[in-house]
Structure formats: structure tokens, C-alpha cells
Design a protein around this ligand. Structure first.
Ligand SMILES: Nc1nc2c(ncn2[C@@H]2O[C@H](COP(=O)(O)OP(=O)(O)OP(=O)(O)O)[C@@H](O)[C@H]2O)c(=O)[nH]1
Ligand SMILES: [Mg+2]
Ligand SMILES: [Zn+2]
Length: 312
């Protein structure tokens, strides 16, 4: 491909591995390749260019095709470790205003361990995060109590929570309002209803919606590539493929406890200013566990994340 001179600025809306789809300021769509090597300092990533990146590209002789030669500095990004053991990381998206985890208590079940790994990552990358509990229509009395307990825990930790039903339309207006004018990311397990929720929020959009496997009560990995959609009342929403585990990129021990806001708040009251809240005497977090100010569920996730790191 021979390049011609004109350089165009655009926003990355989708990436399939072979092509990166970019929308220009005038709303024209191009498919692009990348020229050269882009790296986040010190981290090897499987995708040098991510959804939400602002890029510059030069047109080639082929119609609507370009070559990206520049990624503009990112305001932020969120990364997770790839599932394979290559130690490579995957940039989920860049330049976000907010990250939402779509949680379901059943069909499929989202564990608190998964929720906490997502929240630690978002918090570690300075991206405000919230939980949206979906499939409210399927919830029984017992699960409703569970959900209310989780609301209490996560709100206390500093993460907004709400409950919706993409199917029945409960509280969709509320979410639509939150997304207005913002760049938002939807993440969660396959089958949690990310795509269905996007369709409910903005019926003019048409993300593919899958089935729940009757045998496993899980999703079928319907969304295969992350995609950014412009919302009709302003802002963008990023639909992502369902993930099984949220692999943490290399934070060190001290960084991890700073990513649990309710524990971090207590640090000034710990006897040692470098307290890791594990074995130190006079630890305010351990006292908080006894008074109920710190949730045992969250503390267990903290220990489990540290433990993963020690095994590597
Ligand atoms: N009962 C009920 N079903 C829902 C709700 N939201 C989504 N579903 C169903 O859940 C299934 C999976 O929905 P999707 O939107 O494809 O799930 P996803 O999270 O995008 O899944 P992946 O793309 O595989 O990651 C579909 O059959 C939806 O109809 C809801 O609020 N209530
Ligand atoms: Mg989907
Ligand atoms: Zn402590």
C-alpha cells in the first residue's frame, strides 16, 4: 500500500485484530492498519491501539482505508491480563469517563471476587466505577436480600450501585441519564446482558444479543469484539465481549490496598503508616472487620488478590 499525504484525525470505534475501525470528526468511517510500534511504558500489550483511542491516520490509495501513525496521549485506559499465560496485557479501552460492571446474581452468577478484581483495576487506573445489577425480573426474595447486602457493602466502599432489568425495562431511564454525554464502558461476564442493556438504553442501536445456554446457565460469548456506539442523546457506550476472569496487571502490594477505598480511608488510623492490614498490630482495618465497618467479603478479596500475586 502506498500512502498519500493527507492526515485525518479520528476515534477508534472497533478493532478486530486485522482491522481497526476509525470514525473521523465528520462521522466518516475508515478501516485502518497500524504503522510502527506503540507501547505503554513497561507493559507488553496484545493491542497497541485500543477502543476509544484518538488517532491520526493517513489515507492509502484504497478507498476508506488508512494507516494509523499516531495515537494521541490517553487521558486514561484500563487493562487486564490476557487469559493465556503469555504475560501480555490487553487494553480494554482508553479515554473513559466511567466504567460499569454488569452484575447478575444468577444466569450467570457474578462472584464478589470477580467484582472486586474489576473494581481494583478501575480504581487503580483512576476510572470511576459503578455496579449495575441486571435481570431484576429474575430475582427471588432471597437473592433480593443478597443484592441489598451487596449494595450496602459496595456503596459504603464508594461505588454507586443500581438494579435494572433490560428485559422488563426497570430503571433504564436512570442509567440512560447517567450515560448522557459521557464515554462509558460496559464489562461483565458473558450473558450478564451488556448488549441487551445497551439496546434497552438506546433502541436505535443494534448490538448482537445472545442466548443463555440452558446447560450451563451462562452466556455464549455473543459479542466477540469491543465496539463503541454513539448514543443518540450524546456520549458513547462501549460494549465488550464477556470475560470469565478479570486478570490484574502488575500492581504491587501497597498499590492494591490503596485500591480498596474503604480500607485506604482507615490507613491514617493504623499504627504503622505503611500498614498492609494483614498482620500488623494496631491495624484499623482489622478493627473495622470486627465492628463491621470493613466487609469480610471485601477483605477476603483483598487477601485473595495478594495471594494470587505471591503465587506468580
Ligand atoms: N430475564 C432477563 N434476561 C435478560 C436480561 N438482560 C438480558 N437478558 C438475556 O440474557 C441473554 C444474554 O444477553 P446479552 O445481552 O447477549 O449478554 P452479554 O452480556 O452481551 O453477553 P456476551 O456478548 O456474550 O458477553 C439474552 O438472552 C438476553 O435476552 C434481563 O434483564 N432479564
Ligand atoms: Mg454482548
Ligand atoms: Zn492496617
Amino acid at each position: 500500500m502506498t500512502e498519500i499525504a493527507e492526515s485525518i484525525a479520528g476515534l477508534v470505534e472497533k478493532s478486530t485484530g486485522s482491522w481497526i475501525f476509525v470514525r473521523s470528526a465528520e462521522g466518516k468511517k475508515y478501516r485502518c492498519k497500524v504503522k510502527g510500534r506503540f507501547r505503554i511504558q513497561g507493559i507488553r500489550t496484545t493491542n497497541p491501539v485500543a477502543i476509544g483511542d484518538r488517532v491520526e491516520f493517513a489515507l492509502t490509495q484504497n478507498e476508506n482505508e488508512g494507516i494509523i501513525h499516531k495515537i494521541l496521549p490517553r487521558d486514561n485506559y484500563i487493562i487486564r491480563k490476557s487469559i493465556n499465560l503469555s504475560h501480555q496485557a490487553h487494553i480494554i479501552a482508553a479515554n473513559l469517563d466511567h466504567a460499569y460492571l454488569i452484575v447478575t446474581l444468577a444466569s450467570p452468577r457474578t462472584s464478589t471476587g470477580f467484582i472486586d478484581r474489576f473494581l481494583v483495576t478501575a480504581t487503580g487506573y483512576f476510572i470511576p466505577a459503578s455496579l449495575i445489577f441486571n435481570k431484576l425480573d429474575l430475582i427471588d426474595e432471597q437473592q433480593l436480600e443478597q443484592m441489598e447486602e451487596l449494595f450496602r457493602i459496595y456503596r459504603h466502599a464508594g461505588y454507586p450501585c443500581c438494579a435494572v432489568s433490560a428485559l422488563r425495562g426497570d430503571h433504564i431511564d436512570q442509567v440512560r441519564e447517567l450515560l448522557k454525554g459521557k464515554v462509558s464502558l460496559f464489562s461483565g461476564h458473558s450473558g450478564s446482558g451488556k448488549s441487551a442493556l445497551i439496546k434497552a438504553i438506546d433502541p436505535s442501536l443494534n448490538p448482537r444479543i445472545g442466548e443463555i445456554s440452558a446447560a450451563h446457565n451462562k452466556g455464549m460469548h455473543t459479542t466477540t469484539f469491543a465496539e463503541m456506539y454513539p448514543l443518540s442523546n450524546g456520549g458513547y457506550i462501549i460494549d465488550t465481549p464477556g470475560i470469565k476472569e478479570f486478570g490484574l496487571v502488575d500492581f504491587n502490594t501497597t498499590e492494591i490496598h490503596r485500591c480498596f477505598p474503604e480500607m485506604d480511608r482507615l490507613l491514617p488510623q493504623c499504627q504503622y503508616n505503611n500498614c498492609t492490614h494483614i498482620h500488623e498490630p494496631g491495624c484499623a482495618v482489622k478493627m473495622g472487620l470486627e465492628t463491621g465497618d470493613v466487609s469480610q467479603i471485601r477483605y477476603n478479596s483483598y487477601l485473595s488478590i495478594l495471594n494470587d500475586r505471591n503465587r506468580r
